[in-house]
Design a protein around this ligand. Structure first.
Ligand SMILES: Nc1nc2c([nH]c(=O)n2[C@H]2C[C@H](O)[C@@H](COP(=O)(O)OP(=O)(O)OP(=O)(O)O)O2)c(=O)[nH]1
Length: 134
């Protein structure tokens, strides 16, 4: 009988918008999915809402306070060794200047640049949705 491995993570991610641009962040070489681009955020901790998770992660990762707004549809992707469900939220920076504590780089992308980065595969449906909205 095959062994059932529960390796399904829930990740909240922030679509941070400013002046019509969207913030993308590049994972560092030492992280999982090295050098892929993503939206800042991270795994939900037990008992935490997606909004609480995002506010915590954005302070940890970038030193900024965010206002969490509209939820976009969640999306699930199977990587080879784990499955991720992304919960994207439109966010704005309330206070603070971005300082990168974990990521290798960031970029503010105009709609026509959204497909340029080498995105984590799970993010592609989110990108498609953003392109439809722009
Ligand atoms: N934050 C974020 N993670 C994403 C996105 N797309 C995507 O596939 N992921 C994956 C990358 C990670 O495997 C996981 C997020 O977990 P994380 O950032 O808390 O975990 P990590 O790998 O940096 O840290 P760890 O598990 O090694 O402790 O979800 C995205 O847009 N944002």
């Amino acid at each position: 009988m095959s062994h059932v491995v529960n390796n399904h993570i829930k990740v909240a991610c922030a679509i941070i918008e400013r002046d019509g641009l969207v913030l993308a962040a590049q994972r560092s070489a030492g992280m999982s999915l090295p050098l892929k681009w993503e939206f800042p955020g991270g795994k939900l901790e037990p008992g935490e809402t997606a909004e609480q998770c995002l506010r915590r992660e954005l302070v940890e990762e970038m030193g900024v306070q965010v206002r969490v707004g509209e939820a976009l549809p969640s999306t699930t992707h199977n990587y080879q060794t784990f499955t991720v469900t992304l919960f994207p939220f439109v966010c704005t920076i309330e206070s603070g200047e971005i300082v990168l504590h974990e990521h290798a780089a960031i970029a503010w992308l105009a709609p026509e640049e959204l497909l340029t980065p080498d995105w984590a595969e799970a993010d592609l449906p989110v990108i498609e949705l953003l392109l439809q909205r722009s």
